[in-house]
Design a protein around this ligand. Structure first.
Ligand code: ATP
Length: 574
């Protein structure tokens, strides 16, 4: 299906021309990071308890997370593209009938339960797309043709900003809200430099290379595999062997054999598996030109420190340099371009990028800013240091601007034992067809699935205790519409792209606003309509209200009665 974006006239900001110099001698040490590596998925990336300071020595990666108070001048406008229709009910409450956006761009059929017979379309928001075409961004014709074949005819705003900047060999931090197309924002400039779709030889002054040219790291198998599929889609069936997945949970020797046999140019994987195979001498990445850390704020958390250290040290290392050289001054730095990506960029990431990067810039949907121009607050040395940024400030600052403007947020209260029933009423009231329900732990997921099924709602569970095959089967069936509700934990909060998802429900409160943002971002992908409902206990409602303040989005109190969503005015509950 092709996009017909039409002539969307938008201001495209002139890219910052000044080249920033970065902080030299800012070194990262992992010496004191000695906790054992946690396996699988990790709940909170930026907890204060995870911070370790290398007193008197160079900064540790973990200690960077203490500093975090960037003022984002261009806070994204909460432009609504199709909000719910409100009608008053009594004097104190509003009855809400969510309606589907009427924008006429690339409708996506929701994956409805096969038996439901209801047809519903979710449409993307054209405001998300740039006025420029892929050709105008300088992508090679072969690549543009392939994108057109896949129905991708117009870049999103963040792609439009990132593609030329990456082509200019800057190191970049890409920050844009969930579902805005960050994956292609880094894949396309990479594929225009390496592989069969790149500019014909002669137009590209880089010499011919062999071996691994790009390493993409993601924190979960699901996200890793999703990125692999995205690369395969663009490379086409004949060249898809040029990308190799190196995710955990899959057979390692088979991955090693594939590396030998297929000689891929791109590897995509999880930190543990990449560093394992690299340490075994089966993955040679010294000549690598691109290193991408997708969901960088999670990847640079304490839990991944050892694996990430290895990856950062080895990928793109010039032969003859030592690890000390790599983290040292610019002249001895690695050749690679480093691309850091997330919807939530805490200041720690900006600081890390400054210390590693070549002319690093922060790319957001409509702006490109040299990292040097961002004010760096100093780290908190003690609890009483009022002028410095605390870890919790860091988390909150990172989440601002991470949510798609098209989302509607609500919360309602229910006793713990009534939450599933509230979920059922919520699904019916909103007529949601593809629902992701989040909980904090693995154990209760099964119980919720059981209760939903008992109430006639097809549901399934997804969590890290399932094997790789079971995980991908569940996900596929959910995407195919065999299940209406996916009950899951933090495993699915980041990066997961199910365009049809029209409702996210928090059955347990997320740990902080960053976690709220990533969970919420599973719906409203690419500007589609999406609703987020948090079901909490009465005495937890203040936490939601606090997150609402931190995220600067309206999260309205509501209830589900008589098959309808009823929105309360704030005075009724406070
Ligand atoms: N230019 C485009 N035209 C049409 N669809 C696009 C375009 N770019 C990306 N998409 C689609 O938009 C969806 C969201 O993209 P993507 O997963 O890259 O978002 P993201 O910003 O990385 O989200 P998250 O922060 O949740 O990881 C995907 O289904 C992707 O295929």
């Amino acid at each position: 299906m092709r996009l017909s974006i039409g002539q969307v006239h938008r201001n495209v900001l002139a890219l910052a021309s000044s080249r920033s110099c970065f902080v030299l001698g800012d070194r990262l040490s992992f010496r004191l990071l000695s906790q054992p590596r946690a396996a699988g998925f990790h709940q909170t990336a930026w907890h204060g308890s995870q911070i370790v300071e290398d007193r008197g020595g160079p900064l540790t990666l973990a200690s960077l997370e203490v500093q975090n108070r960037v003022e984002y001048g261009n806070k994204e406008k909460m432009a609504r593209t199709g909000g719910p229709k409100l009608s008053s009910r009594g004097s104190s409450s509003l009855k809400v009938k969510p309606r589907v956006s009427s924008l006429n761009v690339k409708p996506v059929k929701t994956a409805l339960p096969k038996s439901s017979g209801i047809k519903k379309t979710l449409k993307v928001d054209e405001a998300l797309f740039s006025a420029k075409s892929f050709e105008e961004l300088g992508l090679p014709p072969l690549l543009v043709d392939q994108l057109n074949k896949e129905g991708l005819t117009a870049p999103t705003e963040v792609q439009s900003a990132a593609i030329p900047i990456i082509a200019q060999k800057h190191d970049v931090v890409i920050q844009s809200y969930t579902g805005s197309g960050k994956t292609l924002a880094y894949l396309l400039p990479i594929l225009s430099k390496i592989g069969p779709l790149k500019r014909p030889m002669g137009q590209d002054n880089s010499e011919k290379r062999s071996g691994i040219e790009a390493v993409i790291v993601a924190p979960s198998r699901e996200l890793g595999m999703q990125i692999v599929r995205e690369v395969e889609k663009i490379l086409g069936p004949n060249d898809k062997r040029l990308v190799q997945q190196l995710v955990g949970g899959a057979n390692r020797s088979r991955q090693e054999e594939a590396l030998k046999k297929n000689r891929p140019i791109i590897v995509v994987g999880t930190p543990g598996r990449i560093s394992e195979i690299s340490a075994a001498g089966k993955l040679h990445t010294h000549g690598c030109r691109f290193l991408v850390l997708d969901e960088v704020d999670q990847l640079l958390s304490f839990n991944y420190r050892e694996d990430m250290h290895r990856i950062l040290e080895h990928v793109g290392r010039k032969s003859g340099t030592t690890s000390r050289d790599i983290l040292g001054p610019i002249a001895r730095r690695s050749e690679r371009q480093t691309i850091l990506v997330s919807a939530t960029i805490p200041f720690s990431v900006i600081r890390a990028a400054r210390s590693w990067g070549h002319d690093p810039v922060l790319v957001r949907a409509k702006s490109v800013v040299p990292l040097d121009s961002i004010t760096v607050p100093r780290p908190a040395l003690s609890q009483t240091d009022a002028n410095s940024s605390s870890p919790s400030n860091s988390v909150n600052q990172a989440a601002v601007g991470s949510l798609p403007p098209s989302l509607e947020h609500y919360y309602c209260t229910a006793k713990a034992q009534h939450k599933v029933d509230t979920l059922r009423r919520c699904i019916h009231a909103l007529e949601a067809q593809t629902v992701i329900a989040f909980m904090n732990n693995t154990k209760p997921l099964k119980d919720v699935v059981f209760k939903l099924e008992a109430r006639g709602i097809k549901a399934t569970e997804l969590h890290g205790d399932l094997g790789k095959l079971a995980r991908s089967t569940v996900l596929k069936k959910f995407k195919d519409g065999e299940y209406r509700v996916l009950v899951t934990n933090e495993l699915s909060a980041r990066g997961l792209d199910v365009p049809e998802c029209d409702l996210v429900v928090n059955l347990d409160l997320p740990t902080d606003s960053t976690h709220y943002a990533h969970r919420a971002g599973r719906t409203g992908r690419l500007g589609r309509k999406g609703i987020v409902v948090t079901i909490c206990e009465e005495n937890e409602a203040f936490v939601v209200r606090k997150m609402r303040k931190q995220l600067t989005v309206p999260i309205k109190p509501c209830e589900f009665t008589e098959g309808e969503l009823v929105v309360h005015k704030e005075e009724d509950v406070e």
